[in-house]
Design a protein around this ligand. Structure first.
Ligand SMILES: Cc1cc2nc3c(=O)[nH]c(=O)nc-3n(C[C@H](O)[C@H](O)[C@H](O)COP(=O)(O)O)c2cc1C
Ligand code: SF4
Ligand code: SF4
Length: 257
């Protein structure tokens, strides 16, 4: 990762203190009516640059400039809830491929996802031309353990592990590796929402995630960086099915203390 330096343009700074009040690292002081960054040691969250009304704070070393936010429409809560209510795991896909622009937006959702300690520890591996090879490697692994699973689960006994057991003929798969699993899971969910907005269907392949984390060969072939594990595997494509109603769920289990 590139080095990042935070600087304050003292000509622009009006000493309003908004950056200081919002800095989680207590890394900003106001001295003589100007913001002063105390040390380079912070989480580099970018809040100071994002909040400044004068655009006085800049952070070097990124390949992009901050994007100005002009109002924007507030989200409609019931529409958001309906997205969650009516999304279904898709296991039947059309043969149609995903346009590269759509794939880029899905990956962008992953890149922009918030991470614990602002770690930005996510790596994305898109399985495209070599998808079948990885699926076959994972299937070989699962076939070896299936006799054991058959003993414990009638469902496992009914299911055959063929060479499409993990990806269901979907055109693209994105493997998300992370140092902190939760960061990868958050990215996966955000990516699913963007995929859904593009009319795509998604399957979270927990089975492929298990295979990738258990098999050194698979990890190596995927190029999972050292210190990272696969947090989620997104299987993506245009759905061949249309669900007409929601699926029922258990009642809310909540306690207010
Ligand atoms: C983390 C995670 C891993 C999953 N892994 C698999 C999988 O490997 N294979 C599969 O067919 N479904 C998988 N699923 C799908 C679940 O079975 C599915 O979400 C659940 O049955 C509810 O159905 P719905 O997603 O359509 O509401 C996974 C779901 C999640 C959240
Ligand atoms: S928010 Fe901007 S203008 Fe206000 S004190 Fe910080 S740097 Fe200065
Ligand atoms: S980047 Fe975040 S933590 Fe660092 S000085 Fe700015 S607000 Fe504080």
């Amino acid at each position: 990762m590139a080095e990042h330096m935070i600087t304050v343009d003292t000509e622009r700074c009006i000493g309003c203190g908004l950056c200081k009040a919002d800095c989680a690292a207590r890394n900003i002081e106001i001295r003589a009516q100007k913001a002063v960054i105390l040390t380079p040691d912070c989480v580099l969250c970018g809040h100071c640059a994002a909040i400044c009304p004068r655009g006085a704070v800049s952070i070097s070393g990124y390949g992009e400039a901050p994007i100005s936010r002009d109002g924007g429409r507030p989200l409609d809560p019931s529409q958001v809830l309906d997205v969650i209510r009516f999304r279904r795991t898709i296991r039947q896909f059309q043969a149609q491929d995903i346009p590269s622009g759509v794939l880029e937006q899905i990956l962008e959702a992953g890149r922009l996802t918030h991470t614990a300690k602002n770690l930005q520890d996510l790596s994305f591996i898109v399985l495209d031309r070599e998808k079948a090879k990885f699926e076959q490697m994972a299937a070989a692994l699962f076939r070896r353990v299936k006799p054991l699973a058959n003993l414990f689960s009638p469902m496992a006994k009914r299911i055959q592990i063929d060479d499409h057991f993990f990806f269901f003929h979907a055109p693209k798969v994105i493997v998300i590796a992370a140092k902190e699993e939760i960061n990868g899971c958050l990215a996966a969910q955000n990516m699913e929402f963007v995929a859904e907005a593009h009319g795509l269907g998604v399957l979270f392949s927990g089975f492929f995630t298990i295979a990738a984390n258990r098999s050194g060969r698979l990890r190596k072939a995927l190029g999972i960086p050292r210190g990272k594990r696969v947090a989620a595997t997104l299987v993506l494509g245009y759905p061949k099915v249309n669900y007409r109603r929601s699926a029922q769920r258990e009642a809310l289990d909540v306690t207010y203390l």
